[in-house]
Structure formats: C-alpha cells, structure tokens
Design a protein around this ligand. Sequence first.
Ligand SMILES: *Cc1c(COP(=O)(O)O)cnc(C)c1O
Length: 791
Amino acid sequence: MDNVFINKDTFKGAYILSLSHLFNKKIENATLYEKYATLAALVNKQLRTNYELTNEYVVKHNMKKTIYFSMEFLMGRLITSNLMNAGYAQVVKEAFDDFGFDLNEIEHAESDAGLGNGGLGRLAACFLDSAASLSLPLYGNSIRYKKGFFVQRFENDQQKEYPDAWLNKPFYWEERKEDEAIQIPYFGYVKDIKLIDPVWVKAVPYDVKVVGADNNVVTHLRLWSTEKSEWQTYQDNEYLEMVDKISESLYPDDSTEQGKVLRLQQQYLFSAAGIKSAILEHKKLGRDVRDLHKFYTFQVNDTHPTLIIPELMRILMDEENLGYDEAWNIVTQSVAYTNHTILAEALEKWNIKIFRSLLPRIYEIIQEMNRRFKIVLEENQVPVEKVYQMQLIGANNVRMANICIYASFSVNGVAALHTEILKNIELNDFYNLYPDKFNNKTNGITHRRWLIHINPELTSLINNLIGTEWQKDLSLIKKLVAFKDDQKVLDQVKAMKLSKKRQLIQKIYEDTNVRLDENAIFDIQIKRLHEYKRQLLNALNIIHTYLRLKKDPVFKKNFHPQNFIFGAKAAPSYIMAKGIIELINKMSKVINNDVETNHLLKVVFVENYNVTYAEYLFPAADLSEQISTASKEASGTGNMKFMLNGAITIGTMDGANVEIVAEAGIENAVIFGMSAEEVTRRYKENGYKPRKIYDEDVRLQEIFEFIRNLTPNKTHFDFILQNLLTSDYFFVMADFASYVEAQENANKLYQDQKSWWKMSLMNIANAGFFSSDRTIQQYNDDIWHLDYIKL
Ligand SMILES: *Cc1c(COP(=O)(O)O)cnc(C)c1O
C-alpha cells in the first residue's frame, strides 16, 4: 500500500475517504471517537506493509527469535506511541491543525489496554517497544483478556472495583488469525503417555502490531483468546462457560496465588499455545525440531509461563518422539527465566491435586523431571535437608520457580541488589549448584513513551541544548551535565516542571474537585498498594506534618507548601491494603478542609491509577516516593520514570534506587532508612519490638490518636494500628524517625531553589542507564544473541 502518511495532503484525502467509509461522516460532524477510530484504522492499515516486510525479512534470513512469555502486558494507549515510532505524527498533526482537530484530545478516545497489574506488565510493554526499536525479532506472547485490570472507584473513601470492559469498543491494533488457532487439552487421564478424554478448548491468536522507532520494523504481541473447539464433541453449558472464562479477565493480584483452577488454565493456555505455534512455524520453515533452540529463545517473565517447560518436553517426547535426554537438551538451551520477587509468599506454588487433575500428563513429566533433578542433587552432594527445599515438587505443591531455575540456561534478577540477594540469600542453594546461570539485567523504561511522548516540554528543552541524537541513544543525555550550573537552563527546567504541574492540577481538579497549589512541592507515590511499598509510612509522616503545622509556629513558618499525591490499586481481597486506602482518603479530607493549614498541605488520592494517569503524574513530580522496606522491592520502574522527568528520589536503598543513586550521585537524592543487610539481619535476630518504638515516640502516639479519631467508631482502623504495634513486618515503625527527618530535609532542600533545580537536572542527565533499550541490549548480548532486522 502506498504511504498515505507521506505528506499532509495525501493523508487528508485518505482520512476524509476513510471517515466516510467507516462512519459515513464528514469532517464537520464526526464525533471524537469517530475521529480517533478513523485515524487508528488508517495507521493500522498502513503499518501492514512494514509488518509484512519485517516478517519476510525474518523468514528470508532464517532469523532466530525471542518469544517473550508474559502473563501481563500493561500497554496503555497505543495511538500516539505508534504514530511517533512510525514517523507519522508530524503529518497527522499538520493535517489535524487544518481540520481544526486536536490530536491530544483525540488520543483520549482510546481505552487503555490494561492487560497487567503494575510494574511487571508495564516492563513487558516497555520491552516490546525497545526490542522493536533496536530491530530485534522479539515477539510477545500473552492472553487476550476481555476484561483488563479493574476500574477503581472510591465510595465512602473505600475502593470499589468495576469491570474494565475495554474490548466493548473495537481494538484497532489487533488482527485475528483464525487459521493459526491451537487446540488445547485440559483434564482427562493418562494411559501410556496418551491423554484420554480431555476437554478441548481452541486458542485463537490476535496479533497486535508493535512498531519500532524510525526503523520500519513492525513485530507483534500475540494474544490468545479461547473459543469452543470443534474437537470437543460434548458441549454443554458448563463447557461453554468454562471456555469463555479462561480468557475472560486478568487476575487483579500480582503477588499471591489463589490456587484457582482458572488461573492455572490461563497459564497453560498461553504457554502451550505459544510454544506450539513456535514449533509449527519452525517446522513450516523446513527446520528440524532438534534445532529448535538455535531458532528460539523463550524468555519467561516471572514464573507464570513455567508450563512452557514441561509442555515443550511433552511435545518433543510424545509428539516428536525424541528421547528424554534429547528433549531436555533442547529445553535447557531454549528457556531463560526472569525472577521478579523475593517476597516468599509470592513464590508461585500449585496444589498437586489441582495441578494433576487439570494437567495430568504435564504433571507426570514434572515428576520425571523431579526424579532426575534429585539424582543431580545427590551427585552434587547437596545436603539432604536442602534437597527437599530444592525439589520441583514438595509435599503438597508444585514449585514453579524451582522448575524454572532447573530448566533454564539463564536466571536473571531485575536490579543489581535484587540479583545479589537472589544469589546470596533467597536462591543461594541454586546459585551454589548453577553459578553460571545467574545474571543481572537491571530493568528499564522506554524513554520514547516516558519522556518524548509524555513530556514534550522537557524533550524540546533537551533538543535545544544537546540536539536530538539522545532520542536514539539515551546514554547521550549525559551531555546535559554540562549545564548543571547554567542558571538560564535551570530556570527552564523549573519552567518545564511548572507547566507539567499545571496540567496535572487541571486534571486532578476535574477528577476530584481538589485544587492543588502550583507553587507547592509535588510529592508523589504511585504504585500498587502493598504493605512492603509502605504507603502507610508516607501517611504517618503526612499526619505528623499536619499535627506539627497545627502547633509549631516556627515549623509552620519554615515549611514550604507540599502536595502529597497517591495513586494505587489494592488487590480486591487484600484487606490491609484496602484499609490503607481508606485511611489515606479519610485523612486527606480532614487535612484538605483545615483552613489553618490547607494553604500549606494537601493530600490527594487519585482514582484509578493506570498508564494513562501515570503519563500525567510522572512529569509533574518534584519528589519521587520510593520508600519500600529495603530488600523487598526487586527493582521498581516508577522510580526511573520519575528520575527521567526530573524528580528527586526520596527513598530507601532498595531495588534500582541503589543504581539511581549511583548514577545521579548521592547528593542528588534523599536517602533514609534501614539497609537491606540490616533488614535481613533483623529478620534473623527476630527481636523486633515496634511497641517499644511507639512507647518512646510521642509523635507516633499522636498520629495513632489522630487515626482513631478519623471515624466515629474509634476502632475502625485498629487492624492497621495493632498490626504496626505487634508485628510490623515491613518495619514502618523502625524507619519512621529516619523518614520524617528525610522529609524535613527534602522540604528544606526545595527552598534552596538554585540547588534544587541543579539536582533535578542531574537526575535527568544521569537517567540514560535506565532506558529499556539498554536493558534489552544486555538481554540480547548475554542471553538471546539475536541478529538485527535491516529494512
Ligand atoms: C511504572 C508503572 C508501575 C510500576 O511502578 P513501581 O513504582 O515500579 O511499582 C505500575 N503501574 C503503572 C501504571 C506504571 O506505569
């Protein structure tokens, strides 16, 4: 197809024609949605040419691919990112100016593709963008959830969840490929390795185009949807319901497994379908199945896709008739595993009964893997008490991480500190057995979305100072260091921040009716609500600050106005997390309505934090709250988005904060709290007494009293307070004093404007390392070894 985006006039002609075809409308009377839909359909159609050219190139050059298996891809909106990467944005903007359309406004007609919970899913989305932009043949593989991450509303200050029916409107970026459907068997029983009487479900792929930046490369994210199978002879209502359910909705919980059959069905769905479609493609191209590992790496994003390991064994042995050892050689040269967590309760385990009933043949294969693994352990003289811990199957459970480590040729953590903790503590027994498998790949973010797209003000400021080369290679952004003492430049950074604050103020005002002060410090904590992330610590300090403003005139006089902004969804079953949301909402009402202090202190909890909201929040921040209990946050990526947009980190030495501080310089961050080593030592010693801290700190006593008075029933939040007093597993009380001091410090630092904007600039200038282009380059250099697509 000729490029209709070649110039303004060609595009205008095509657009008018398309609007008429699709909606029978003229420019003057099209709705916002129709304008959007017409543009999206045109872009998608145009991208087909490069998509086909990319596929042809990959086939012709017999290229190795990486299939990135992830249960989540938190994509957000795609229109702007696709327009920018494809190089169509300027032409569209000019044409729309002529039409009198606002491209920014039209962008809002697109729903977020919210196929993820948080950091893990957003990382996968950034990786797709980076791999395509680096011209690497990497393809995503996941589930086409009809309902994405729930929509959050607050009712009586409490979180309520509503379904996100994002597919009720057409999704213009996908293409259904019926002829590449895969039949998936569940249940049944095994007789001589054959699965008898399974329930068949059909997995149909929908491929979503992924556009590389300025390189004509278009890859895809393959999303599997379930439908009734023609192989299934008996189809009652119960069957049809089950089929619908499997790809119906995303599990709104990224930390605990609920032991639900449905979740395991989902995992087998995208694992088995993804593996089978790779093998079919491999064979169709005339290649020997024994060479599979030379043409594919299967990257496993956390343990959710673990089932690709026994499934690949099953296909190679049962369908391709290879011996166990031959199959194992292929598996162990093609699978690589990324670990994302050190929270013990988040390590995925499946009850044997559920597992073996749903996947009987797969369970047999894991049993055989386990038998052989125990021999390996014995041969390596692993002490007996450790053998049990390392086995693939425990007394009641199948252990997904153990399977991944045993079968993968690479096991990576997601930040330097996290990888060290894996090697030396959490997975130390495995590390001693397989030291060469372990490696680090510090997470990253795509600077195309998280700077160029969302912060055009900062983008043009940087362009004016150092040219545009940095957009191709973010490490070049370091050139900004040269301007760290240039007052004119620092004033421009400040002006950029002010303009982003104003945009956020407007949005928050429309959404919540709270008007924030543009001169205040914007202090933002946006991330999933979890005890280890310690939103509660933030809340305690806010209450303390409020009470102090009320009674300490000197403090009040020296206090620079500060806005605290939260955004977070809690898993619907996570009572403590939901309680913390309610507490912050109730506290914010008291604080925002107090005329004595509300010119100095305001608190807002934005509803329904998602990628689109994130795009407003990150660029407007002065302070980036990264206050997890040290050792608990594997990496974080929100911390990187803030840094790249000029916020200063107030945080613990955890996850990638450690590397942020190393890159930016410790003088350009505000660090507090216990170290990871200290936290680990305290857990070991087992002598923590939070009650003692409370008894000795009148500030905490006053804060608790304030919280009790938030509700008529003074015991309403007792479950939160009691937890802090008696257990406080995440050391909120232990880090309280240190955090208050850090906050006071940050408030003072902000008042030295000259040094503040220098700190801000130094954060921007040193954020180059955190581009996911760097992360993907390292994955490719060390793990995948893919060649480049040259179009
Ligand atoms: C970046 C991002 C996250 C991850 O934030 P962390 O602070 O690293 O936990 C979660 N949700 C959304 C919408 C994001 O954009």
